[in-house]
Write a protein that binds this ligand. Structure first.
Ligand code: FES
Length: 575
């Protein structure tokens, strides 16, 4: 591997350790690499790094050892040297206080390891909710040729003749259990039937939404976002990804050429057409922010109002990801959306989106799962941004997963000041609440100390659930799982812990929600709000802050939801 003076270094000769003697650095590196049993000619090949986020704490990635072997097979077959390395892994159900808090940590890990280690291109292996955005954020910042391979969704389980899929059905059964309609014995039985294979959640939750968005952006091989985790096609996709990564090392197509304003617009359109996860707004904003692209919420509304919901999948519809794959997957969605898309966007294969779509123009589409644009599930997109005196910088509402009867509501606020307060009182039989009230949760945003958990899906108060109430307006600065549903206003910005108006709401105040007008207003006069603000500021000064480590870094640098909750020092300055 002797590089001529005019050629950029490849493979192991990239990113040498700084000893002040490059020839010695390379000599020593090759010597140490030889200790792993490689032949000298193997060490002269282009290196494909494989960022592997497998972990014993991540059930969604438990099949990664087999996928990794398939990626390596592809790399070797195409003449490259595959070298895998571990990164932070974020298993959604295994992180306290919440995985979002560690997304930026994983993004930093990926960025720095991709940049520091000698590789010509990198395969990003992830899937569970936060791993995809974290790896994309890191890869966009490192700007080395990168290609994504998701783990793919789980298959459904069975219970009493019906199909079950994590995690929309987790919530459905839990709500029935809370309402006294499911016994202790049955809820335990269901617990073992919700998540029965390797892979990510079986519905159009955050993981699947992010997988589809990644394919739309052009960072993944065509047609691979929705392949089930345990399907042989998933292994074939892994092998093909390894081959493509070697080609990418030669073509040197970097993420800055793929993640552009046009491809981000395509991704927002797809998010709307999928009726996708609210979390994807935060994640896509963070990924685009790394490329210097803003996603103002007003732009989101424009795109939402001109993009139909096409995909009939839980939590907004009735099918699962395995059905989506069989129904045509992303190739089907892109074909239906074609007139709305920028077709000249470059992808990892070197083709444009339009060329990729022409190549699979004859894909079978099942209209029961992927509807034609002329006969959509909804004529407008699944998500909408709201503004008003309660959310000056915006809030998100998933209209495709909400009860339309509550779209135009005015009600009395029932306030919970924290997650602990919510847990302590939501099922209190003496809670003063009725079905027309609006539940408000404060102090669950990015800087609240809770890490902005998926607590925005406030449970229906026990006594209302038992009385048959299925939906109620809920407002918070928290997030909601992509697998959840209901009339839920999320990501209220600025958050209450940062002094947003949400912090000033008292029980008994009137709140007005209008989806038609895109408004969320607190109907309290200015003088009263001024008085409350003075009291809030006194309290805020006494709040303790983390004094060390990652928690301190997070607290000091995390941005609000409208900036994707990225760290201020990691966003690009703008392109
Ligand atoms: Fe990993 Fe749902 S828990 S995708």
């Amino acid at each position: 591997m002797t590089d001529s003076k005019n050629k950029p270094p490849i493979g192991l000769s990239r990113q040498l350790v700084s000893y002040g003697d490059k020839a010695f650095s390379l000599y020593m590196r090759r010597s140490f690499a030889s200790s792993m049993g490689y032949l000298p000619e193997t060490l002269s090949k282009p290196v494909v790094g494989i960022a592997n986020s497998a972990s014993g704490f991540n059930n969604c990635h438990r099949h990664f050892p087999e996928l990794l072997e398939a990626v390596k097979r592809g790399v070797l077959q195409a003449g490259g040297l595959p070298i895998d390395f571990p990164t932070v892994s974020l298993g959604e159900a295994f992180l306290n206080p919440t995985s979002l808090m560690f997304r930026n940590l994983m993004a930093m890990d990926v960025e720095e390891m991709v940049r520091a280690q000698p590789m010509d291109s990198v395969v990003l292996m992830g899937g569970c909710d936060k791993t995809v955005p974290a790896q994309l954020m890191g890869a966009v910042s490192a700007n080395l040729p990168a290609i994504y391979l998701v783990g793919g969704p789980m298959m459904t389980g069975r219970h009493k003749g019906e199909r079950l899929g994590a995690c929309t059905d987790c919530r459905r059964f839990w709500a029935s259990y809370r309402a006294g309609k499911v016994s202790d014995a049955e809820i335990h039985q269901v617990e073992g039937r919700l998540a029965t294979t390797a892979g990510t959640c079986a519905v159009m939750g955050t993981a699947s939404t992010m997988a589809c968005i990644t394919e739309t952006l052009g960072m993944m091989l065509p047609g691979t976002a929705a392949i089930p985790a345990v399907h042989a096609d998933r292994l074939r996709a892994a092998e093909a990804t390894g081959i493509a990564a070697v080609r990418l090392a030669q073509t040197r197509i970097t993420p800055d050429r793929i993640v552009t304003r046009k491809s981000v617009e395509n991704a927002v359109r797809v998010l709307m057409a999928l009726g996708g996860s609210t979390n994807a707004v935060i994640h896509l904003t963070a990924v685009a922010g790394r490329a210097g692209i803003d996603i103002p919420l007003t732009w989101l509304n424009e795109l939402s109002d001109s993009t139909p919901v096409l995909v009939n999948l839980k939590p907004t519809g009735s099918n699962y990801m395995e059905d989506f794959y069989a129904a045509g997957g992303m190739s089907g969605v892109l074909r239906e959306l074609k007139p709305l898309l920028h077709l000249d966007c470059l992808t990892v294969t070197g083709e444009t989106l339009g060329e990729r779509m022409a190549a699979d123009a004859d894909v079978y589409i099942d209209p029961a799962v992927i509807r034609p644009t002329q006969d959509p599930i909804e004529p407008v997109g699944g998500l909408v941004a709201l503004f008003g005196s309660l959310a000056p910088q915006g809030a998100i509402f998933k209209r495709s997963a909400a009860d339309k009867a509550l779209f135009e509501s005015e009600g009395r606020a029932v306030v919970f000041s924290s997650l602990d307060d919510l847990a302590a009182r939501i099922d209190d039989p003496n809670l003063d609440v009725n079905a027309n009230d609006i539940l408000v949760l404060q102090n669950a945003g990015p800087t609240s100390g809770t890490g902005m958990p998926e607590a925005g899906y406030l449970p229906i108060p026990g006594k209302l659930a038992r009385a048959g109430v299925k939906d109620i307006v809920r407002i918070s600065d928290a997030r909601m799982s992509g697998t959840a549903f209901g009339s839920i206003v999320l990501h209220v910005t600025p958050e209450s812990a940062a002094g947003g108006p949400l912090a000033l709401v008292h029980s008994g105040d009137r709140i007005r929600l209008s989806i038609k007008e895109r408004r969320l207003d607190l109907l309290v006069d200015e003088a009263e709000l001024k008085r409350r603000r003075a009291a809030w500021e006194l309290q805020a000064k006494q709040r303790s802050q983390p004094q060390r480590g990652y928690a301190q870094l997070y607290q000091e640098h995390v941005l609000q939801a409208d900036k994707g909750c990225d760290f201020d020092f990691l966003r690009a300055a703008g392109r």
